[in-house]
Design a protein around this ligand. Structure first.
Ligand SMILES: [Ca+2]
Ligand SMILES: [Ca+2]
Length: 312
């Protein structure tokens, strides 16, 4: 109290220059003048001599990325539950704190939109972009989605899903922005998946030198759209095998998105196999036998793949 009175007297008497505050440190003076009313404003402006310009703060939508989807192609597809990471940018000159964004959508093409409560973006520095999880976590580890929803099965490619953003900061500033998530097209993409040894000479299902081996080769449609009338042909430039058969196209049939199955190249020893070949006696354990795959579908889409069979 005694210090306060000293300071008030100095202020009232306009003794800034000459007034001494024997019992006050500079920090204490600063604190007292800041929290006071009336005269403190005068002391602040008079003391510093230069007003800082008012910092503008403006929070806007920056971009979104697909964090999770059902088939892993990072494209928003019909029928998928999709997690998006949403980035906001402070395009102003001032940093702001306690930024909260509430996302919503009235799109008839989605359901289960979450979260409906505010997402905590906390501090966004001037000019910087920030991305957070739905729970406000912004670290590089344990990343997750910001918003999540399920796309209707009836959504068509090109459907726009409008998402609104209501933003508020510590000072009660508010902004409204929006963006569109776009439903992508359904495409098929055929790829090698895996092989299994179904017949070999000694029955241990290991490929060894001198053996005639029969493999089932599984191809997977890693796309989201259907692939129909898929055919594949196999070839190898390896000098460690002979008699690769068949070398003609093998029918793999129709695929839905994500499906994996083997093609029937022949039937022997009571089992369907895709390809068979004989391993040279000169192959050693660890020899890799590269096999190339050419794939086509009924719509004249084509893909290539390859895999190695390891000699054990
Ligand atoms: Ca997808
Ligand atoms: Ca074997």
């Amino acid at each position: 109290m005694k210090k306060n009175i000293q300071l008030m007297l100095c202020s009232l008497l306009f003794l800034d220059a000459g007034c001494s505050y024997p019992e006050l440190t500079m920090d204490e003076i600063r604190e007292l003048t800041k929290t006071g009313t009336g005269g403190s404003d005068g002391m602040d402006s008079g003391g510093s001599g230069s007003d800082e310009p008012v910092k503008e703060i403006s929070i806007k939508f920056d971009k979104y990325t697909v964090y999770s989807d059902n088939n892993g192609d990072k494209i928003v597809n019909k029928g998928e539950t999709v997690g998006l990471r949403v980035s906001l940018k402070n395009t102003g000159t001032g940093t702001t704190n306690a930024v909260e964004a509430t996302f919503s959508s009235n799109s008839p093409s989605i359901s289960g939109f979450t979260p409906t409560t505010a997402v905590n973006y906390a501090t966004i520095a001037a000019g910087s972009t920030k991305t957070v999880n739905y729970d406000g976590y912004a670290g590089s580890l344990a990343e997750s989605y910001t918003v999540k929803f399920t796309v209707s099965n009836s959504a068509t490619a090109g459907t726009q899903i409008p998402i609104n953003i209501s933003i508020v900061d510590e000072s009660g500033n508010t902004w409204a922005d929006s963006f569109n998530a776009v439903v992508g097209s359904e495409t098929a993409e055929m790829a090698y998946d895996k092989y299994t040894v179904v017949v070999d000479y000694d029955g241990d299902k290991k490929v060894e030198k001198g053996e005639q081996v029969y493999l089932q080769v599984l191809l997977r449609n890693i796309g989201s759209g259907a692939a129909n009338a898929v055919k594949a042909s196999f070839s190898s430039g390896s000098s460690y095998i002979s008699g690769l058969s068949p070398t003609t196209q093998i029918d793999y049939g129709n695929y839905t998105g994500g499906q994996s199955k083997y093609g029937q190249g022949g039937y022997d020893f009571s089992v369907y196999y895709t390809i068979m070949f004989t391993v040279s006696n000169s192959a050693t354990a660890g020899t890799q036998i590269p096999i190339n795959i050419g794939m086509v579908d009924g719509s004249s889409n084509s893909w290539t793949g390859s895999f190695n069979v390891k000699v054990e």
